[in-house]
Design a protein around this ligand. Structure first.
Ligand SMILES: *[C@@H]1O[C@H](CO)[C@@H](O)[C@H](O)[C@H]1NC(C)=O
Ligand SMILES: *[C@@H]1O[C@H](CO)[C@@H](O)[C@H](O)[C@H]1NC(C)=O
Ligand SMILES: *[C@@H]1O[C@H](CO)[C@@H](O)[C@H](O)[C@H]1NC(C)=O
Ligand SMILES: *[C@@H]1O[C@H](CO)[C@@H](O)[C@H](O)[C@H]1NC(C)=O
Length: 391
């Protein structure tokens, strides 16, 4: 029921240890190549070598068969006109079983903002779904925020395991989708950069790409965020892909791609350019083994291919799209507060709850008109910082 397991097990590596080791060596060589030509050769050879083994080593789902196919990855500089390529791909969604796809489309349809076919998407596993944890804090943020409660009906929660799915249905019914992945258990708390974490992140990129193919614009948000003001008011219009920026390196110019990105929050308009872009991004994981989707985005954002498809990108100002890596915030401007630079679920939730308390305090002071609310601010996320900041 969960998936087409046949693809995963094709070419069982355990029965071919010799081949497996050689492939490992080859992968290691390919991982640090600088030259695109060598890379192309590597990719082509690896592909030829054994699709089955490659799948085992580099996470995939059945749809990778199409994603990996040339010419997209292999002949970067001479792709077909992007419009044509994407057009062909537009209605091919093989990431899901048919039944799951029907369910997904029903949820998207109900959740979508009527005028724009836009949804808000977030993702969780069992650890985050537990009562009084990340999920509850996330939802509480919408009720406390200014003009955010009405956005809740557009929030689709993608659940990575059955426990998360069942909890989601209890508290946020009709907006929960169970994303199945064969042979992987995403339910535990994921430590940064362990292989399951990487698979989860890439599964996410693949899934979001499929929403674009279904024609839905989406605002993806990590769940460890507090929505304090409506972020849509701060998004650019007529931009294909906009993504939160990293505070430390933000130079104030959203068009400047030298600004570093934070993949935990982005708004993407469904069109042929973004479909192509997500295919390319997902396929690029093979060029950078062991790297997460954010690191890979950093590496590919200047690629000629992205210019060729004409994708427009903006990097969102951390003044409005704030996070725990920042040393300070302006409470009268922050729309979103992201609890990154923080390890440990309990620690994170504690500090996110403090954000919420400080916000509520600020709101009541502003409403009373008694004091200057702008002098108030957020406490520093000391529980997170004490455990060491993480970038
Ligand atoms: C890429 O494709 C073009 C046209 O299909 C071809 O002329 C060119 O030789 C190819 N380049 C590589 C590196 O395969
Ligand atoms: C912002 O960056 C873009 C792209 O690098 C550049 O073309 C533009 O001139 C910059 N704008 C300002 C105000 O510096
Ligand atoms: C925060 O933003 C408000 C509103 O734009 C502004 O008046 C205030 O000066 C800012 N505060 C700081 C500390 O920058
Ligand atoms: C929820 O968590 C907070 C701290 O994160 C704790 O103070 C509170 O007692 C918890 N509430 C319940 C009902 O478990």
């Amino acid at each position: 029921m969960a998936a087409k397991a046949g693809h995963v097990t094709a070419g069982d590596p355990d029965s071919q240890p010799q081949k497996h080791r050689r492939l490992h060596q080859l992968l290691a060589k390919c991982s640090d190549v600088k030259s695109i030509v060598f890379f192309l050769t590597c990719t082509a050879f690896l592909f030829h070598f054994s699709t089955g083994i490659l799948y085992r080593l580099v996470y995939h789902s059945p749809s990778s068969v199409t994603t990996l196919s040339p010419p997209q990855l292999l002949n970067v500089s001479t792709v077909e006109p992007p419009m044509t390529a994407a057009e062909q791909e537009f209605d091919i969604i093989d990431t899901f079983e048919t039944e799951d796809k029907i369910t997904l489309v029903r949820i998207l349809n109900e959740a979508s903002m009527k005028e724009k076919k836009t949804v808000i998407v977030t993702m969780m596993n069992q650890a985050w779904a537990e009562p009084n944890s990340t999920f509850d804090a996330f939802l509480d943020g919408f009720y406390a925020g200014e003009g955010t409660e009405r956005l809740l009906r557009h929030v689709v929660v993608v659940c990575l395991d059955n426990e998360a799915y069942s909890r989601c249905n209890e508290v946020h019914p009709r907006r929960c989708f169970l994303l199945k992945t064969t042979g992987v258990d995403f339910s535990g708390e994921k430590l940064f950069m362990v292989p399951d974490y990487l698979r989860m992140m890439w599964r996410r990129t693949e899934f979001l790409g499929s929403l674009l193919k279904l024609g839905y614009n989406f605002l993806f948000t990590d769940m460890d965020t507090m929505w304090l003001r409506d972020p849509f008011t701060r998004l650019f219009s007529e931009v294909d892909f906009q993504v939160a920026g990293d505070y430390y390196r933000f130079n104030g110019n959203s068009s400047d791609l030298r600004n570093k990105v934070n993949g935990g929050f982005n708004f993407v308009v469904a069109n042929r350019k973004t479909v192509e872009f997500y295919n390319y991004w997902y396929a690029s994981r093979l060029r950078f083994p062991g790297k997460n989707e954010q690191v890979v985005l950093e590496r590919i954002k200047h690629d000629l291919y992205i210019k060729q498809i004409g994708l427009t990108i903006r990097i969102l100002d951390p003044v409005y799209f704030g996070n725990f890596c920042q040393p300070k915030w302006n409470i009268s401007k922050v729309c979103i507060m992201h609890g990154n630079c923080c390890s440990g679920k309990r620690t994170k939730v504690k500090d996110l709850r403090h954000v919420l308390q400080d916000w509520q305090n600020y709101m009541s002071v502003v409403a009373s008109g008694k004091a200057d609310g702008h002098k108030l601010g957020f406490r520093k996320p000391m529980n997170c910082w004490r455990r060491g900041r993480r970038h």
